[in-house]
Design a binder for this molecule. Sequence first.
Ligand SMILES: *[C@@H]1O[C@H](CO)[C@@H](O)[C@H](O)[C@H]1NC(C)=O
Ligand SMILES: *[C@@H]1O[C@H](CO)[C@@H](O)[C@H](O)[C@H]1NC(C)=O
Length: 180
Amino acid sequence: MGKLSTISMLCVLILAMLGGFSNARKVTKLHFYVQDIISGPNQTVWEVARAEITANSATTFGLVRVVDDLITATADPNSKALGRLQGQVTFADFEESAPLMNLNVVFKAGTYNGSVITMLGRNAVTDKREYAIVGGSGDFRLVKGHAITSTYSVDLATGHVVLEYTLYVVHGKSSTLSDM
Ligand SMILES: *[C@@H]1O[C@H](CO)[C@@H](O)[C@H](O)[C@H]1NC(C)=O
Ligand SMILES: *[C@@H]1O[C@H](CO)[C@@H](O)[C@H](O)[C@H]1NC(C)=O
């Protein structure tokens, strides 16, 4: 094979690969609200452990909480129930209050009923927090992506906090997911 045809073969190969990559992935956007109840009769966030240092730590280092929050379609707690946000919040930073979040989005209704998205990240308690989507099950097998979350409202009298979540789910073009 001549030098020129080898080079043009390589070019074709590279173009084919680039084309393949750009067509191989699709992003689906999921948007929902989470009802986080921090006190009162229907509390959904519970402390499970503390370290010896926790009481004397400015960042409550070593504190572990477990959460099982209702996921709804809108900010209204009585809007369509979509599932639960379940997981663990671990205060793992000596310097800042920025817990490790380890969360499953468990769909219990709608298109994705029975499927789960797993997220992991650092909650720097800024205006917008970003977590990694590390995978999932059911419709979300092999997905990746990221989630942006912010605090929608806080009512300290009732202990009711509403969080807004937008998930950007990256998956293969052949899997059919729809925005919500
Ligand atoms: C707690 O949940 C029960 C059952 O869903 C409900 O009837 C009650 O109003 C709730 N209480 C508060 C304070 O939200
Ligand atoms: C979700 O799926 C479960 C298991 O198949 C089923 O029992 C339940 O009724 C479904 N929920 C809704 C709201 O469709």
